[in-house]
Write a protein that binds this ligand. Sequence first.
Ligand SMILES: Cc1ncc(COP(=O)(O)O)c(C=O)c1O
Length: 345
Amino acid sequence: MKGFGSDNHSGVHPELLKAIVSANTEHAPSYGTDEYSEKAIRLFKEKFGQQTEVFFVFNGTAANVLSLRFLTERHESILCSDVSHLNLDECGAPEFFAAKLITVKSTEGKMSLADLKASLKRKGDQHYTQSRVVSLTQPTELGTCYSLEEIRAICQWAHSEGMRVHLDGARLTNALIHLNCTFKEMTTDLGVDVVSFGGTKNGLMMGEAILVLSSDLIAEAKKKLKFIRKQAAQLPSKTRFIACQFERYLSSELYLQIAQHSCSMAQKLFEGVSAVPQVKVTATRQSNAVFATIPKPWVKHLKEKYFFYVWDESNFECRLMTSWDTQPSEIDGFVNLLKQFSETT
Ligand SMILES: Cc1ncc(COP(=O)(O)O)c(C=O)c1O
């Protein structure tokens, strides 16, 4: 059954599966010393800046947690949104591996600079953790995007306070579609220090990359991050099978095509559900997710045909997510069911 559960419910994009099959010949050196890794790293440098250091890992949680481990000491802390994946869905891994999280109030998934400023407390007080990192999610867990101006302002402030900026980019390419910019313009040029770059939610079988962007962090990254990754059991032995997917993903317009498709399907879904009077869209659509409250009695029946998650049980706010393989006919089918319920209620 296909549905709107998540972009990681979809399979592997055929072009990326082909890349895996093509890499499945002969032998290749292990642990990232192969030619696929070299080519993928070259492409990441092209997209994010030549200084970029790249570390492939298996999953998004590791990319986040190891980025934060690299950026913090045990007595420090990380400012992140109250609805962030870091805070709600990583089983305490950031605190286990890296440092304490301090949650900041969010609106539609985004933290304001004013709320971040108010959350930076007790600098120099030995009884309190010292905030060292601001972690943003782009696009956010509610499918919204920080604007370039917002990212720039947060980076400038964080740096002026001696902090670093980490960006959880599990779906980063989708934000390019909304902001109509390049990866470099959205990150490196604004002062983002480290990015967790997502692959799995964008059509890869699996694989993510930690990207260290700031020139003044590169030497330390070279010295420390590969050891941190190995100690955390995240150094892929057959790295070529992750790298070859990123190489294919970034070497042509494929990354943009996948993101464009997911986002335009989400727009179609947004328009369809918005037209049903009893359904209320609850967040601005700026990536591949639509959030809406759906009358409780309808949800069970809808889920029999199209799986999706109820995000908030208290008001039956549901998350509908599209992916590279979402078809217009699936959206039509889902919206038609909503219309049928609407007419008979
Ligand atoms: C925003 C965000 N960050 C990180 C992750 C973690 O990725 P993984 O499940 O691959 O560990 C997810 C997964 O849903 C996510 O949505």
